[in-house]
Write a protein that binds this ligand. Structure first.
Ligand SMILES: NC(=O)c1ccc[n+]([C@@H]2O[C@H](COP(=O)([O-])OP(=O)(O)OC[C@H]3O[C@@H](n4cnc5c(N)ncnc54)[C@H](O)[C@@H]3O)[C@@H](O)[C@H]2O)c1
Length: 369
């Protein structure tokens, strides 16, 4: 992105990143700060571990990254944070399908009411601030009407066009699970605010994003979760048969797309795009595990459990529309991206010399005590 572009220049007004301490949010915030923008991170730090991402941002960028630790359900606080912003990336959310099944009301409050709070805050300030929203492929439901066949350790769609290009934006919306409903409703509100109020809003419906600074758990962020378990020598539970396929995308590519969406907001406002690694980065869970085994040099132990609610046998995004609209570079090849994430996890999760000394009394060789 060009710093000279008048629409997106670094002019002292902050860019608001809700959920900016989270995985994708902190990567967006970091890139924005590198480009010279002031950034306001708005995050409730409700996801365990994300405070480390915020500390990392502040260490790297100092005063350029400011933060408000608050909830998007807090309408007044969010409106104050949005007041001076020149653009908004809306990442804060209840992010897990599993959690939404346990507490659908909280999921509703965060994902729908929180998004409406943000949209209204921007609508009422009435200065054309762009809002780009992180939506999900879950808005298309379980794709139960598409036929698949099992080929080796992956599902392949019987329809050649779907197998070749993936699932496009014309696919009918079909919300499954409370998470699918809440993200889907928020997605529709964001699009409608472009239509009803002429706001500069756009939606990015993401497949699985992976990469550095992902605090993956069994509930969300499965690529990082698999790697963490494998590195710790612990077994991984596969829900279903492990042949389900996803197109995975490195977070650096997702950040490129978000920043380009801001840059080109007048051309794309009111539109929703699918974003993932596309057919060339489609991988089944079993295939990912085989790659992880080869990266860490040993077999990964696996348990199997029942399919999860709404789980798609196959989701691969047709990324042609977003690539054309935003002129995106090719995605990082998945094997390469996963190897980089493994390396980062290995380093970032290694016990520090201080920890080792405190735990064992031994100062590791090469460490300065
Ligand atoms: N990671 C993916 O593969 C993926 C795929 C599709 C969609 N998404 C969407 O992208 C966005 C970012 O996902 P992520 O993977 O970075 O998740 P994440 O959990 O790492 O980040 C979400 C952040 O939002 C914060 N948050 C949660 N509830 C909040 C609240 N009520 N108020 C303020 N902050 C709150 C969390 O503390 C966290 O830092 C989410 O909206 C998610 O639904 C992610």
């Amino acid at each position: 992105m060009s710093r000279e572009d008048p629409a997106v220049r670094a002019d002292g007004r902050p860019v608001l990143v809700t959920g900016g301490a989270g995985f994708i949010g902190c990567n967006i915030a970091n890139r924005l700060a590198e480009l010279g923008h002031d950034v306001l991170v708005y995050d409730a730090l409700s996801r365990p571990g994300v405070e480390r991402n915020l500390a990392w941002l502040k260490e790297r960028h100092g005063e350029q990254v400011q933060s408000v630790i608050a909830d998007i359900r807090d309408e007044d606080s969010l409106a104050r944070a949005a007041r001076d912003s020149k653009a908004v990336f809306h990442m804060a959310a209840q992010v897990a399908v599993t959690t939404s099944m346990v507490d659908p009301r909280e999921d509703f409050e965060i994902n729908i009411r929180g998004t409406l709070n943000l949209l209204d805050a921007v609508r009422l300030k009435n200065d054309g601030t762009p809002v780009i929203f992180a939506s999900t492929n879950k808005v298309y439901g379980d794709l139960g009407d598409i036929d698949f066949r099992l080929e080796g350790s992956r599902y392949v769609p019987s329809d050649a066009a779907v197998a070749e290009a993936g699932i496009g934006e014309t696919r009918p919306l079909d919300f499954h699970t409370p998470y699918g409903c809440s993200k889907g409703a928020a997605d529709q509100y964001v699009l409608d605010y472009a239509r009803s109020f002429d706001m500069r809003t756009a939606v990015v419906r993401m497949s699985c994003i992976y990469g550095m600074r992902q605090m993956g758990t069994e509930d969300q962020g499965w690529v990082a979760h698999f790697l963490i378990r494998a590195l710790e020598g612990k077994p991984i539970t596969l829900y279903g048969d492990g042949c389900q396929v996803r197109d995975i995308l490195d977070v650096s590519n997702a950040v490129d797309a978000y920043l380009k969406a801001w840059e080109r907001i007048d051309a794309i406002k009111g539109r929703a795009f699918n974003l993932g690694g596309g057919p060339e980065n489609a991988v089944s869970l079993r295939e990912l595990l085989a790659h992880i085994s080869s990266l860490i040099g040993r077999e990964v132990a696996v348990d199997y459990s029942d399919w999860r609610a709404g789980d798609q046998r196959y989701f691969v995004a047709d990324t042609r529309a977003i690539r054309a609209a935003l002129d995106l570079a090719p995605a990082v090849p998945w094997k390469q991206g996963v190897a980089l994430l493994a390396e980062w996890l290995r380093e970032s999760r290694a016990p520090t010399p201080e920890f080792l000394k405190a735990a064992t009394g031994i100062v590791p060789a090469g460490a300065v005590s």
